[in-house]
Design a protein around this ligand. Sequence first.
Ligand code: AMP
Length: 464
Amino acid sequence: MVIQGFNMSSFDQLNLSSAMVKNLKRLGYETPTPVQSASIPPILSGQDVIAMAKTGSGKTAAFGIGLIEQLNVRHFAVQGLVLCPTRELADQVAKALRELARGRQNIKVVTLCGGVGIGPQIGSLSHGAHLVVGTPGRVQDHLRKGTLVLDHLRALVLDEADRMLDMGFQDSIDDIIAKLPETRQTLLFSATWPGSIRSLSHSYQHNPIDIRVTDDEPAPDIEQTFYEIQPGQQADTLAAILSERQPASCLAFCSTRQQCDELAATLSHRGFSAAALHGDLDQKERDAVLVRFSNQSVTVLVATDVAARGLDIKSLPLVVNVEPARDSEIHTHRVGRTGRAGEQGQAITLCTPAQGHRVSRLEKKYESALSWGNIETLLTVADQPVRPPMRTLCVAGGRKDKVRPGDLLGALTGEAGIPGDAVGKIDLSDYQCFVAVKAELAGKALQRLEAGRIKGRKFRVRMV
Ligand code: AMP
């Protein structure tokens, strides 16, 4: 069965517990998104679901509500497992599940991802967990060690399944599923619909309800401009675009890691605030880059497609394709990162003569002429780096030290005398915390935090 997109006017119509409805109101969710209206009823009735749903469609809450509503809290066993392609996505999903679970007491969600020590994860699992969110490789490690037991699993979610297959996780997924109870429910979410996804569904799902939400939402307001450049003009052109448009944030896509590093280094050298994001960074470096970009202390993030995948930035004013994407679907996906949430977005694509065929394909797809800018005029713009509004401080204490965001906010606004509205995003992880502070007050905040205490204790603090 294929359900096309439709809307239900309220969560009350979905047969949810009153605690859940209340919690959704608290989260500010007034009406279900189309993917939620279509998938929550079959999920609650225990059916398998395959849904074509992108980031931003509300898919996490769709399966999250389903998992939490069906949970038996008194049964201390892993009842739901969510597999995600990247650690960033797994962290986001776990965070969303915890928020959704707030209406019910004592639901424990554990994240199992690679790139961090396995010891603390074993510790967390030994205290029991209801829901596990993880990346396939690390989940496999725990199954092998016997530190994760899935004998009582009720539901498996494959989130961004297409991306997991792209990243080579097919064998790991097969191996994990072989260890799960036959009677489980399997929910599969994917942004695209290639043959490999259909065969994954065929192998592991029973009579799945097939949900494809049509895009009847108004097309986001994105202004696209193309520039024909000569090979080697990428950095100059990007610098001119930034100087001319002065965006608060900009995501620039490159195809190789080397190109990301070189471009970010050139821009930094010319005074722009830029960082590279790609698969060669270790988790620590990656986390620091992501945090600084999302809290607006870095203006330009130069990234590969895969690395940019987990980025959850609500409003991104400018996307630049340093070269055109190889296929039009990737182009659409890149460009769709700007202009979200009803805001106007700008997308600029640079293209050398040799890459012209990629752009011709786009033109065919859009069935209309593309808008080309004048490169000679653009290149006369002198460098005028955008000043990022925030700076990031890193405090060497986290959740495991019982530090909470409120403690940091308290230490900054209380003892350190920083006004509350000068403090931006606070990203707390197990062992450290990143705090964004308005650039002009960051030095003062650093001094005061170094001299003072947080929750009565001293922590190391540094400017990132
Ligand atoms: P996702 O597609 O799961 O990545 O979710 C996209 C964003 O939409 C997240 O920030 C959610 O918190 C938010 N969201 C999900 N469902 C709703 C809803 N029914 N109403 C408003 N916001 C929602």
